[in-house]
Design a protein around this ligand. Structure first.
Ligand code: AG3
Length: 279
């Protein structure tokens, strides 16, 4: 049988992938979770029908959500990920030798369990065995309310602002993140597609600017996400992502990154005009 899955990106456009096998399909108390195998992109995770990651292109997203902030902050010791239950962000964070503890706060325990079972290349660091990783199955808002002034870097690895992630795009949440960061802390949040999600970006960056003194957007090319042009918000108390970037330190990193490098770090903050105008 010929099986294909389509995620609609707008009323009239979508992405369609051939699917060979369903590894898991089920509903948690928060959302529908599906993990399927595809010949072109390897295993793929969907939440409520939206592509979260594929084995073939997740390196772009996870390099880019993690490394820019971790190479700008001079001493990222305590790092928190909100969301990111597939483990890809944590996998990249623990490669930084300065990191002492990487905490994952994911609302949906099913996502973590099924990622460990079916997405081992992503979830290897969240299977409970990594000495630098702590797992909390909890609501991100509740967690940071209890952990103020605790983190050097916070990554918000959320879904689109529908379902359980709505609150992660609001000003009240950014105020809590600001408080959960130490006095020179940095937050990075995935910030949707500049091509398809202009209004979400406008609202999100307005909310961020109401809280953080430094707010910039950067981009990455992610083939399986709407339009392929994806973005991240860099919100910071002290360090600017370009002016305070230590190019030498990034160039001397002792681990391989398939997407991120010290030149791309700077290039990613250079935006096309239409994207700049969204924020
Ligand atoms: N989080 C960002 C997913 C947004 C994709 N949106 C979509 N397909 N409509 C991905 C989680 C990876 N750790």
């Amino acid at each position: 049988m010929d099986m294909w899955y389509t995620e609609k990106h707008s009323k009239n456009v979508g992405i369609t992938l051939r699917v060979t096998r369903t590894l898991f399909s089920g509903k948690s108390e928060f959302q529908q979770l599906d993990i399927v195998d595809t010949p072109e992109y390897g295993r793929m995770m969907l939440l409520d029908g939206l592509v979260m990651c594929t084995e073939r292109d997740e390196f772009v997203y996870h390099d880019m959500i993690a490394h820019p902030a971790l190479f700008v902050h001079p001493a990222p010791k305590q790092v928190l990920v909100i969301g990111g239950g597939d483990g890809g962000s944590i996998r990249e964070i623990v490669r930084h030798p300065e990191v002492e503890l990487a905490t994952l706060c994911e609302i949906d325990g099913l996502v973590v369990r099924k990622s460990v079972e079916h997405l081992p290349t992503l979830a290897g660091a969240i299977d409970g065995s990594h000495p630098k990783v702590k797992l909390h199955i909890d609501d991100g808002l509740a967690y940071i309310r209890e952990h103020q002034n605790a983190f050097d870097v916070i990554l918000v690895d959320s879904t689109d602002p529908i379902g359980p992630a709505v609150g992660l795009f609001e000003e009240d949440f950014y105020r809590l993140v600001f408080g959960a960061l130490k006095e020179d802390g940095i937050m990075v949040a995935q910030s949707e597609s500049p091509f398809y999600h202009a209004q979400i970006q406008r609202d999100m960056f307005r909310n961020l600017r109401a809280v953080f003194p430094i707010v910039e957007m950067y981009q990455a090319f992610i083939p399986t996400y709407p339009s392929g042009l994806w973005s991240f918000a860099f919100a910071s108390k002290k360090y600017h992502p370009v002016r305070d970037f230590d190019r030498e330190r990034a160039a001397k990193r002792d681990f391989h990154t398939k997407y991120y490098n010290e030149d791309l770090h700077l290039g990613a903050f250079m935006l096309p005009t239409f994207a700049r105008e969204n924020i």
